[in-house]
Design a protein around this ligand. Structure first.
Ligand code: NAP
Length: 360
């Protein structure tokens, strides 16, 4: 299954991203801003706020609410949640990429200061945010905690990180069990991430923007219950995106293109072969959400029905120009000259979003 990179529309959603100023958080903040949401990024210092605004550049629109606020204590997180309710009227989603890497000592070598900062401090910050925000969260929204694969793979010399991340992963499971389906809590489990601070040419590394795209997709796909989502490689990130996109309500602006093709006598198999070859290219287009070919049930001859879905009319136009040079090949196999596909748009009916969407 192919996944589309098009972000769902989250206009009007109010999202808080504690830890959003960090390397991974940047991708998360960019993702929600691009999806149209209002994004609150609390940060503990003014310098960090100013630096982050510079990092975002033009992406720092008026929907970005950078607030200097210590959210890492129970009382601090509670005050932030109160303030958000007062200023924005509520909160719909939380993504928490709080904390970073720690390295240097084996477990028996740590001192109490290490323990307090790399374990207690970070774990306290996460629990503080959960207890302040989860009870206020929109039931259609999502709470997403971000951890590393070191939560389940020991890294010698970084044991404190592994232990703290393992605790967060279990926190997600406990919350999900306690909520019994009333709200959705996700844990995104990351491998190494390409960020503004750490580059890599390895195509298997997930980027901070891809982490953001998956978090946004999780928020939008209300039909997908909370769970652990592994994103330790590019392939796992694509799989995660495809899971959420398959369950998203049909987007406003999506375009469904339907064509009927009447093959020349005896050439239907050749036509199917060409369409199968094109399927790979078309499904890889960033705006393509669906491409399938159908025949009349039980018949070896007769017309083919081609159904495609694109994230927007712009994506459809781009698709049309990218396949234009294939038209002569297809025409040579058709009994009648090809006609442009008829364009439809989804009519949302409500109910089971996964069954309404063509995007799988
Ligand atoms: N970067 C990677 O390659 C990678 C890979 C796998 C998993 N992860 C996970 O992704 C999450 C974020 O990592 P990151 O690399 O983005 O980290 P980062 O660049 O260090 O950013 C973390 C942010 O967390 C906030 N924070 C709050 N309390 C903190 C504390 N006690 N110590 C340090 N930071 C604190 C900071 O924001 P303020 O100072 O503005 O408050 C900071 O900007 C972590 O859970 C990490 O394990 C990252």
């Amino acid at each position: 299954m192919r996944s589309s990179n098009a972000l769902p529309d989250l206009s009007g959603r109010r999202v808080v991203v504690p830890g959003g100023t960090g390397a991974v958080g940047e991708g998360v903040v960019r993702g929600y801003l691009s999806a149209g949401a209002d994004v609150v990024v609390p940060t503990r210092t003014q310098e960090r706020a100013e630096e982050f605004r510079r990092v975002l550049g033009d992406a720092a629109t008026d929907r970005l609410h950078l607030v200097v606020h210590d959210y890492t204590t129970f009382a601090g997180a509670e005050r932030l949640a109160d303030e958000m309710e007062r200023r924005l009227g509520g909160v719909d989603d939380v993504v928490a990429p709080i904390g970073g890497w720690w390295v240097g000592k084996r477990v028996w070598e740590i001192d109490e200061a290490d323990w307090q900062s790399a374990f207690v401090g970070l774990a306290t910050a996460h629990v503080a945010v959960v207890r302040a925000f989860l009870p206020r969260l929109n039931p259609r929204g999502a709470y997403t905690v971000i951890v590393g694969a070191s939560a389940s793979t020991p890294v010698p010399g970084s044991g404190l990180v592994s232990m703290e991340q393992a605790a967060l992963l279990m926190m997600q499971q406990v919350l999900q069990a306690e909520l019994a389906g009333q709200q959705r809590v996700f844990a995104l489990v990351l491998g190494p991430v390409r960020t503004r601070l750490v580059g890599s040419d390895d195509p298997d590394w997930v980027t901070a923007d891809q982490v953001g795209a998956v978090a946004v997709a999780a928020s939008a796909a209300a039909a997908v219950g909370g769970r652990e989502i592994r994103m330790r490689s590019r392939a796992e990130a694509d799989e995660a995106l495809a899971l959420f996109q398959a369950a998203q309500p049909v987007g406003t602006g999506a375009v469904v293109a339907v064509s009927t093709m009447e093959p020349k006598h005896g050439r239907r198999d050749d036509l199917v072969a060409v369409l199968a070859e094109l399927a790979q290219q078309i499904r890889a287009e960033p705006g393509c959400m669906h491409y399938s070919v159908h025949r009349t049930r039980g018949e070896d001859t007769g017309p083919l029905l081609v159904v495609q879905m694109f994230a927007s009319i712009e994506a459809f136009t781009e698709h049309s120009s990218s396949v234009a040079d294939q038209i002569p090949r297809i025409s040579a196999l058709l009994a009648t000259p090809p006609v442009p596909p008829t364009l439809f748009e989804p009519v949302p009916l409500g109910g089971d979003a996964a069954k309404e969407s063509l995007s799988a």
